[in-house]
Design a binder for this molecule. Structure first.
Ligand code: BDR
Ligand code: CA
Length: 313
């Protein structure tokens, strides 16, 4: 069983990633660590508590991490996820009695887990990489006990979604992204190149509703809100389900095509801040440091996600 820590900033697609991971018996979810990104750290932790309460998985411990990026001021994505980070039309979720954020800081939790685990751990960040970079900086030896870091972020051959050059998670904390990319740990980048192929539309929602459990209705509520932004901004009825790609990869890496390349992040230029510069054509002498996802089997991905969602309440 793969031991993982899911580091996230829920967020609608993070919420689906949490449910996907929590439902998967192939995964030993050691804990959920939260970071400021889509929304403030407070909102992100609150949302994580709500999601786990909703699916009755209050055995999953949740940790609060960094409330701002390493060097830059926090930029949030209220325009996509709403003020709470997880807005939707529907009944508010009550956090189960006694279910609280753990006292330990997320960065220390990550370090402790890596130190004490006999098997190597998979780190799965689906928000800005601040917590992971802070952990690697505070206690660099943990690198030896990390099997892989599979992160959602970046754009190799495609344009950005927060600026013309940059993807949101990397834009928020480019310094953290470079620390992670330079760590020499095996890294997988699930960027917009693939996540923009994993599209939720009315047909997907309808198909998931056929499961008939309350989680499938929650999925619908989340996706309905999330798709408003994509509809208004891009006049499209389909929305990219970014973060669950990380969990999909963990469960079945055959779903994705990867290419081992050099990736480095722009930290200086305001114009291209947070751009992932991917040496796709190997035109530099920079050493490959990252497996970049380029393609995905969308049908299989959704069938796996549906299978796991149907295991939840
Ligand atoms: C990423 O940004 C966030 O809004 C999503 O949760 C995802 O992690 C996509 O660019
Ligand atoms: Ca996210």
């Amino acid at each position: 069983m793969k031991k993982i820590i899911l580091d996230c900033d829920p967020g609608h697609d993070d919420a689906v990633a949490i449910m996907f991971a929590a439902a998967s018996s192939e995964i030993d979810l050691l804990g959920i660590t939260c970071v400021a990104g889509n929304t403030t750290l407070n909102n992100a932790t609150l949302n994580a508590l709500k999601i786990c309460s909703f699916i009755n998985k209050t055995n999953i411990n949740i940790y609060a991490g960094c409330n701002s990026p390493i060097k830059r001021k926090l930029v949030t994505a209220d325009h996509v996820h709403g003020k709470s980070g997880l807005d939707y039309e529907g009944e508010d979720i009550n956090i189960q009695k006694g279910y609280k954020i753990q006292k330990e800081h997320a960065v220390d939790f990550i370090i402790e887990q890596c130190k004490k685990s006999k098997e190597k751990i998979y780190l799965c960040p689906t928000g800005p990489l601040t917590n992971i970079a802070r952990a690697l900086t505070k206690y660099p030896q943990i690198a030896n006990n990390i099997e892989k870091i599979i992160f959602m972020g970046g754009a190799a051959k495609t344009i950005g979604n927060i600026t013309p050059s940059a993807e949101f998670n990397i834009f928020v904390d480019p310094t953290a992204a470079n620390i992670v990319l330079k760590s020499k740990i095996p890294i997988v980048m699930m960027g917009l190149d693939v996540t923009h192929k994993v599209l939720v539309d009315e047909n997907v929602i309808k198909d998931f509703l056929s499961i008939g459990n309350k989680t499938s209705y929650f999925f619908k509520d989340l996706m309905n809100f999330y798709s408003k932004f994509h509809k208004e901004k891009y006049n499209t009825n389909s929305s990219p389900l970014h973060d669950p790609c990380v969990i999909g990869y963990l469960l079945n890496n055959d779903l994705f095509d990867l290419k081992f390349l050099n990736v480095i992040v722009e930290e200086e230029s305001e114009l291209t801040m947070g751009k992932t510069i991917v040496d796709w054509l190997k035109v530099t002498n920079r050493e490959a440091n990252c497996y970049v996802a380029d393609n995905v089997n969308v049908k299989e991905f959704f069938s796996l996600l549906k299978e796991k969602i149907s295991l939840l309440p």
